[in-house]
Each structure stands twice: as structure tokens, then as C-alpha cells.
Design a protein around this ligand. Sequence first.
Ligand SMILES: NC(=O)c1ccc[n+]([C@@H]2O[C@H](COP(=O)([O-])OP(=O)(O)OC[C@H]3O[C@@H](n4cnc5c(N)ncnc54)[C@H](OP(=O)(O)O)[C@@H]3O)[C@@H](O)[C@H]2O)c1
Length: 250
Amino acid sequence: MKLEGKVAIVTGGTRGIGKSIVERFLEEGAIVILGGSRVETAKKAEKECLEKYPNAQVVGVEMELTSTEKVEMLISKIEKEYGKIDILVNNAGITTTQSILELTDSEFDQVMQLDVYGIMRMTRAVSRVMVKQKSGGSIINTASMVGIYGSPRQPAYSCAKAAVLGFTKACAKELGHQNIRVNAVAPGVVGTDMVKENVSDEMLESLKKMIPLEKMADPKELAGIYVYLASSDASYTTGAVISVDGGLVM
Ligand SMILES: NC(=O)c1ccc[n+]([C@@H]2O[C@H](COP(=O)([O-])OP(=O)(O)OC[C@H]3O[C@@H](n4cnc5c(N)ncnc54)[C@H](OP(=O)(O)O)[C@@H]3O)[C@@H](O)[C@H]2O)c1
């Protein structure tokens, strides 16, 4: 097992890409703290994981990523309870499909608060723990292909995901000497609620025609790259942005 005994936090771990990361981490022997926007969704995901993996060490908690105070309290609680944090996956994210012509400050702010500030708050709090514990750690940020090449009607989301790439590289440079690796994964089109709620069938069909592998991804097809980046197999990989998009952006 590649992550035996490692303590991992996965934000947005209740469904979609995050849920499949949580499941793969559990299969690899990690102790997982999965986050949701509400205690109900987090506990539901915890229960589903325990039904699937009865011997797993997994707990679902509400993670209020838009509050610095709540994030600091959460990380300090996790540090006290588990004694260390080896892996942080900053995966929670939202989008808006509002055109730049209509985008309001508050819509823009909502996306930035979770997709950018949320990652910054979690990384800041967790990397302080990782520096103290001296054994280093692995931080993995879920970016997006739209952070690389942009997407019409997604100016807020494209902006947020581009920011994640710069943030990842800056943190990789700053924290490398502490043996903290920071990498990003840039998914393409993945069959999750986010896509169901924001991409029309017509748009999906035209996207599929542009994807060399000719389909959108199942969330399970993303999880392996997170296991790799979290594990010692990636001990010399930091500051990388790994596209997992069926060849859409190359
Ligand atoms: N799907 C794609 O095609 C695609 C492509 C590129 C990048 N991505 C990125 O991949 C990541 C996961 O996306 P997904 O498609 O799996 O999304 P999803 O199915 O919509 O799941 C979103 C996750 O984020 C959590 N979340 C939402 N708002 C939150 C908040 N305010 N505070 C804390 N947690 C919150 C949700 O928790 P609840 O269940 O409690 O709401 C859920 O666990 C995101 O960063 C997304 O931008 C997705």
C-alpha cells in the first residue's frame, strides 16, 4: 500500500472527484479526513466509505473554507488528534457560468472565496504543521484545464483556476527545502455534479469531439494521479501541473 498510515485531508471529499480520491487513499491505507460544505454531506460520505471499507479510518467533517478562523481551528484540532498531517488535497471548488457582461462582484467573490482563498487558507494552516513536524508533506491542488486556456462564460472560474497554478508554483518554490511538495492536477471534463449542473448536453457533445480519447472522464480516472503525487513515488515531483484531460489540452 502506497499511503499506509499517512494522515490525509481531502476538501470537497463528499462526491465527484474528491470522493474518488478519498476511496483510493483509503484503499492505499491512508487515514482520511474528508470535508464537505455541511456536516450532513460529510457524515453521509463517511458512512458510505465505511460501508465500502469497514476497516478504514475515515471521518467526515464540515469544512468552512471561506473562514480563516474556522480553517485554523479545524487544522489545529486535526493536528492535536492525529499528531501530524502528511497530505492535503485542496479539491473543493465551485464555478459560475455567468458571462463577463453580467458577472456581479458578489458572484466573482463567491468563486474566489472558495477556489482561491480557500486553498490559500488551508495551505497556509497545513504547511505550518508540515514545517513543524519536519517530515514534510504533499499538497495537491485541483486546478482545471480552463485555468490554462480559459473558457467562455467562465471568467470567474478561469481566473480562479489560473490563480491556483501560480499559487502552486510559488508554494512549491518556497516550501521545497522543507520537503513539502506542492503540485496541481488540471482535470478536463469529468462526469460529476459540477458538469451536470453547468454544461449543456449540446456543449458536452461538442467538447467530446475535441477530446482525443473521445469521452469525458469518470471521476475514478482522476484518483490515481493524486495517489501518485501523495506517495513517495513522486518524491522528486514538485511545482508540476499534471493535466488529466483525455488529451484535450496539449
Ligand atoms: N468536474 C469537472 O469536469 C472538473 C474539471 C476541472 C476541474 N474540476 C475541479 O475539481 C474539483 C472537484 O470538482 P467536482 O466536479 O468533483 O465537483 P462537485 O461534484 O460539484 O463536488 C464539489 C465538492 O466541493 C464541496 N464544496 C462545495 N462548496 C463548498 C464550500 N462552500 N465549502 C466546502 N466544500 C464545498 C462539495 O461538498 P458538498 O457535497 O457538501 O456540497 C463537494 O464535495 C473542483 O475544484 C473543480 O473545480 C472539476
